[in-house]
Design a protein around this ligand. Structure first.
Ligand code: NAI
Length: 261
């Protein structure tokens, strides 16, 4: 049995992962804005520091795995692009950097980051925003999305998920991460019926876009099924999985780019 941290533990797929890990007898430290073992706001540097320190204290300095599920969807709002960049990108990367030594001390630690199939299916995501995030410049990243007007939150969302996936793939293969026995991988869900998606479906414009999006097998994904994939990616079976982005999306990624191999 291990000690795991799960961000976004209070809702949706994060909550489903916590339930499965705990029912298998593991110790889980949940991080969220509310109803969590460590309550912290990942949209600020201070909140991220509090999350890092709170988890290190609660874990005793060794983590067998981390699941980074906290995230915001592309809802409308002038401050939304900044929140998306801060939570979806820096709320992953800063935390993993802060927990690196605790993960290394477990020797075979596994990390699963929540990406999205928007990384390969959303057109015209600004490369400048992606590059700015990878360079650690949140202000520049947000500015690059503002040019898109009412589509800025969607662009910030797509850019944040591409940036975090590239970060996972770049770091996964380094001596610092692979060499320390830490397996960094990402899961890229399609539309999964969680409170995040329910909020989007409650907005007529967004609901129309979601329902017209091609999903070859139809319907929406189930949070507990996604949690099973995450638990598998945390298991010993994933020892040889390194820098992979696993799409679980009802076929949308394949529909858009079947021949991109
Ligand atoms: P959800 O909205 O049900 O849960 C997300 C959790 O993140 C919530 O508990 C929320 O409080 C927490 N969170 C948000 N902002 C935070 C902050 N500033 N500080 C701390 N915690 C914060 O969402 P869901 O659907 O379970 O999403 C999980 C992950 O999967 C997210 O990263 C999302 O972008 C990603 N994803 C979701 C898809 C979907 O269709 N539901 C599709 C593709 C990716």
């Amino acid at each position: 049995m291990g000690v795991y941290v799960v961000t976004g533990s209070a809702s949706g797929m994060g909550a489903a992962v916590v339930e499965k890990l705990r029912s298998a007898g593991n110790t889980v430290i949940g991080v969220d804005l509310r109803s969590a073992d460590v309550v912290a706001d990942l949209s600020t540097a201070t909140g991220r520091r509090a999350a890092i320190d709170g988890v290190l204290a609660a874990s005793g300095g060794t983590l067998d795995g981390a699941v980074l599920a906290a995230g915001l969807g592309p809802a409308p709002g002038a401050d939304r692009p900044a929140l998306i960049v801060e939570v979806n990108y820096f709320g992953v990367v800063d935390l993993l950097e802060g927990w690196h030594d605790a993960l290394a001390s477990a020797e075979r630690a596994k990390v699963v980051v929540f990406s999205s199939n928007s990384t390969t299916t959303m057109p015209a995501v600004p490369g400048r925003a992606i590059r700015a995030m990878l360079a650690g410049d949140s202000g520049k990243a947000v500015k690059a999305t503002r040019l898109f007007g009412k589509n800025a939150p969607a662009m910030a969302y797509g850019a944040s998920k591409i940036a975090v996936s590239r970060w996972v793939r770049r770091q996964a293969v380094t001596a610092r991460w692979a060499g320390a026995g830490i397996r960094l991988n990402a899961i890229a869900p399609g539309a999964i019926l969680t409170p995040l998606l329910e909020r989007q479906l409650a907005t007529p414009d967004e609901a129309k876009a979601i329902r017209s999006f091609p999903v070859p097998i139809g319907g929406f994904g189930v949070p507990s099924q996604l949690a099973e994939w995450v638990v598998f990616m945390l298991s010993d079976a994933a020892d040889f999985l390194c820098g992979s982005v696993v799409f679980v999306d009802g076929g949308s990624d394949a529909w858009f780019r079947a021949d991109d191999w």
